[in-house]
Design a binder for this molecule. Structure first.
Ligand SMILES: *[C@@H]1O[C@H](CO)[C@@H](O)[C@H](O)[C@H]1NC(C)=O
Ligand SMILES: *[C@@H]1O[C@H](CO)[C@@H](O)[C@H](O)[C@H]1NC(C)=O
Length: 291
């Protein structure tokens, strides 16, 4: 649901474009030991709304199914806030957590305009729980993700100060009030954003979370999460890295994808997570046909 539907045209109050961060949030569902015990090479962090069990189930059956990829351990966690309907935990989510051990639920209200909080608690969790992990990816639940291609790219990537994905450069700040990503001049006076990696899927080395958290103490927390990470990266003076070749991180699926399309990309945005089951079948066929 578009955030700005609720914003009346006359409202220029800056505070609704900022989130409560830094702030002491607390995990009410956690996996405190898994990451350091398993020491994965790569951790996939998937933000998803608490009620969206369907998306989590589809992901279990698709891109997180293989936990060893090219001889590297890959693990995943779902990131949740509190659901709007109830306060506290939902019994079903608790049950799911006991079954799959992959739910991290923090105690902020899960909403579109609080995504920056979700991303920042993700960085907090990674920096304190994954001492032996090389890389993490923040990836949305409605994406196609080719994990073998991702691992292959990372095996040749820089080990430090590294962030890549779909890098937006010179993006304009949207000043139309009814835009989904509106920011008023009073909150962010510059007309362009510094480079940032689109929030749908970005990858980073595990030395970055701690640095980004340090930067966040000095950078006003705007509600647009990927822009905010970009602002923290600028504060740190760390440049974003472009992927090694074009076409790995794709926004939209081509109208007529080639025979080996799904085996050649790392990400593609889908319409919803249901489409993922269908696309996954095509990917399997391509992978088996020697693409
Ligand atoms: C964001 O989370 C905070 C902390 O839970 C909450 O007070 C606030 O209402 C939330 N904001 C929105 C717009 O959901
Ligand atoms: C992972 O890190 C912890 C804490 O630094 C350390 O005690 C442990 O030996 C490491 N495990 C591996 C497999 O490297």
């Amino acid at each position: 649901p578009p955030l700005l539907a609720q914003v009346s045209p006359a409202d220029t109050s800056a505070s609704k474009y900022l989130v409560a961060y830094p702030h002491q949030y607390r995990f009410i569902l956690d996996e405190p030991n898994r990451c350091w015990q398993e020491s994965p090479f790569l951790v996939l962090m998937i933000p998803v709304a608490p009620h969206n069990r369907e998306a989590r189930d589809i992901i279990h059956n698709t891109w997180v199914k293989e936990t060893t990829v090219l001889d590297r351990v890959v693990s995943h966690y779902f990131l949740l806030g509190l659901s709007k309907e109830k306060d506290g935990t939902e019994p079903l989510v608790e049950q799911e957590s006991q079954t799959h051990h992959d739910i991290l639920q923090s105690d902020f209200l899960d909403s579109y305009s609080n995504l920056t909080i979700k991303t920042m608690v993700m960085f907090e969790w990674l920096s304190s729980h994954c001492p032996n992990t090389s890389y993490a990816m923040k990836v949305d639940s409605d994406m196609f993700l080719n994990v073998p291609n991702l691992v292959e790219m990372l095996l040749k990537a820089p080990r430090n100060l590294y962030m890549t994905g779909m890098v937006a450069r010179g993006a304009s700040v949207l000043r139309y009030r009814n835009s989904k990503w509106f920011l008023p001049v009073s909150v962010f006076p510059e007309s362009k954003y510094p480079p940032y990696a689109l929030g749908l899927g970005y990858v980073f080395s595990l030395d970055l979370p701690k640095k980004i958290l340090e930067a966040s103490a000095h950078v006003k927390a705007v509600y647009i999460e990927d822009v905010y990470v970009g602002l923290c990266m600028r504060h740190l003076g760390i440049a974003l890295t472009d992927p090694p070749r074009d076409g790995l991180f794709r926004t939209t699926m081509p109208y007529f994808p080639s025979n080996c399309y799904w085996t050649s990309v790392i990400t593609t945005i889908l319409e919803n997570s249901n489409q993922l089951s269908d696309v996954w079948g095509k990917y399997q066929i391509q992978a088996q046909s020697g693409c």
